[in-house]
Design a protein around this ligand. Structure first.
Ligand code: NAD
Ligand code: ZN
Length: 341
C-alpha cells in the first residue's frame, strides 16, 4: 500500500494506492464520510467489470445507489451532465451525500463537475480505473465537460475528498487505452522524476510504486500551481507537437504525446537547451512499451503551432527538458519560430 497526500491552500486529501483495494472501499471511505447515502457514477464498461465489487465493499456501511453513462468522451457533454443530474435528483441526492466517480478520466471529469455544481457542491471521492486517470487525471481538481466543440470548456476546480486507486483494475484495460496512459506516464518521468524513468527501463508491471512516482510529479506542480496559472504548464511537455499530430492522424492522445515528446526533444537539442542523450533514453522507453515513435519533423509542424489561436501575441511557451527528469518553460516568439523552418 502506498499513501500520498496532496496539500493545497483550499484543502488537502489522501491518495491510497493498493492492489485489491476495490474489495474493501468502506475501510478508507469511513475516514472522510460518515453519512449513509452514496451515489456512484460510472460508465457501462466499468459497470460490468467493477460496479458489483464496489457496491459489495460498501454496502455493509452505506446505502449505495448508482448512475451509469455510456463510455467514451461523448459522455463529457451537457446532455449527459443534465441526464445524470436529473437521475441523481430523482434518486433523492442531498448536498451532504457522497458521490463516487468510478471509471476513467471521462467519469472523473464529468462526476467531479457534477459534484462541483449540483447544490453548489457535494463531496466526492475518485476511484480511477484507467491508467491515465490513475497516474494523472484523478488528482489536481480540474473537472469539466466539452461544449461547443471545445474540450473541457465548461468546468470548475473541485478537489476530491480522497482518491482510491486499485492498480489491479489495469489488468482489464485494452492495449490502446493502456498506451494512452503510458505516454503521459513516461512524460511525468521525463519532466520531473528520473527515478520513475529508471524504474520503467525494465518494463515492469505498472504497480503501486510506479503510479505513486507518477502522481508525485503531478502533485508537485498541482501544489505549486493549484489554479493552473504557471508551473502546471510543464505537464504540457510533448503536447504542443502532440496536439498537431493528434489532429492529423489516428493516434490516441497519449500516443501522440509520445511522438510529440520526441519532436520537442529534437527541437530542444537543436536550440542547445536539451542535453543530447535525453532523446535516445526517452525513445528507448517509448519503444519498450510499444508506443508509436514514428518520425515526424518538427519543422513541418511549426506553421500549425504558429497559427494555433492559443498562442498569445505570437509567443509560444514550449516545454523542454534540460536533462532527464528536469524541464523548463521556454518562450519562443513568432520571428524566431519562422527562422527555425
Ligand atoms: N482532469 C484532468 O486533470 C485531466 C487530465 C488528463 C485527461 N483528462 C481527461 O480524461 C479523459 C480521458 O481519460 P481516460 O483515458 O481514462 O478515458 P475514459 O474514461 O474514456 O476511459 C477509457 C476507456 O477505458 C474504459 N475503462 C476504464 N477503466 C477500465 C478498466 N479498468 N478496464 C477496462 N476498461 C476500462 C472506459 O470505459 C473507456 O472506454 C479525457 O476526457 C481528458 O480530457 C482530464
Ligand atoms: Zn495530455
Amino acid at each position: 500500500m502506498k499513501e500520498l497526500e496532496v496539500k493545497l491552500n483550499t484543502n488537502s486529501y489522501k491518495i491510497i494506492i493498493e492492489d485489491g483495494l476495490i474489495n474493501h472501499l468502506s475501510f478508507y471511505i469511513k475516514e472522510v464520510y460518515q453519512n449513509k447515502k452514496i451515489f456512484i457514477i460510472t460508465d457501462d464498461i466499468v459497470k460490468d467489470l467493477y460496479l458489483d465489487k464496489a457496491i459489495k465493499s460498501l454496502e455493509n456501511d452505506y446505502d449505495v445507489d448508482y448512475v451509469v453513462v455510456p463510455h467514451g468522451e461523448e459522455s463529457k457533454s451537457i446532455e449527459t451532465y443534465a441526464n445524470v443530474c436529473e437521475a441523481l435528483i430523482d434518486k433523492g441526492i442531498k448536498r451532504n451525500n457522497l458521490i463516487i466517480a468510478l471509471g476513467g478520466g471521462v467519469i472523473g471529469d464529468l462526476s467531479g463537475f457534477i459534484a462541483a455544481t449540483l447544490y453548489r457542491g457535494i463531496p466526492y471521492v475518485g476511484i480511477p480505473t484507467s491508467l491515465l486517470s490513475q497516474m494523472d487525471s484523478s488528482i489536481g481538481g480540474k473537472t469539466g465537460i466539452d461544449f461547443y466543440n471545445k474540450k473541457n470548456i465548461l468546468g470548475a476546480f473541485k478537489q476530491p475528498k480522497m482518491v482510491l486507486i486499485d492498480p489491479n483494475t489495469l489488468d482489464t484495460l485494452d492495449k490502446r487505452e493502456f498506451n494512452n496512459g503510458m505516454g503521459e506516464l513516461i512524460k511525468h518521468g521525463a519532466i520531473g522524476n528520473i527515478d520513475l524513468l529508471n524504474m520503467l527501463k525494465n518494463k515492469p508491471r505498472i504497480d503501486e510504486n510506479i503510479i505513486a512516482e507518477s502522481l508525485k510529479v503531478k502533485r508537485k506542480v498541482v501544489e505549486a500551481d493549484e489554479f493552473d496559472l504557471g508551473d502546471r504548464m510543464k505537464l504540457n511537455f510533448g503536447h504542443t507537437f502532440g496536439h498537431a499530430i493528434e489532429l492529423k492522424y489516428h493516434y490516441k492522445h497519449g500516443e501522440a504525446v509520445a511522438i510529440g515528446m520526441l519532436m520537442a526533444l529534437r527541437l530542444g537539442i537543436h536550440l542547445g537547451v536539451t542535453d543530447k542523450n535525453c532523446l535516445e533514453e526517452i525513445e528507448n522507453i517509448i519503444k519498450l512499451y510499444e508506443l508509436p515513435c514514428d518520425y515526424y519533423d518538427y519543422k513541418d509542424y511549426l506553421d500549425d503551432i504558429l497559427y494555433d489561436k492559443k498562442n498569445i501575441a505570437g509567443v509560444i511557451n514550449f516545454i523542454f527538458l534540460t536533462h532527464l527528469g528536469e524541464s523548463i518553460i521556454y518562450k519562443i516568439d513568432e520571428e524566431k519560430l519562422k527562422e527555425l523552418k
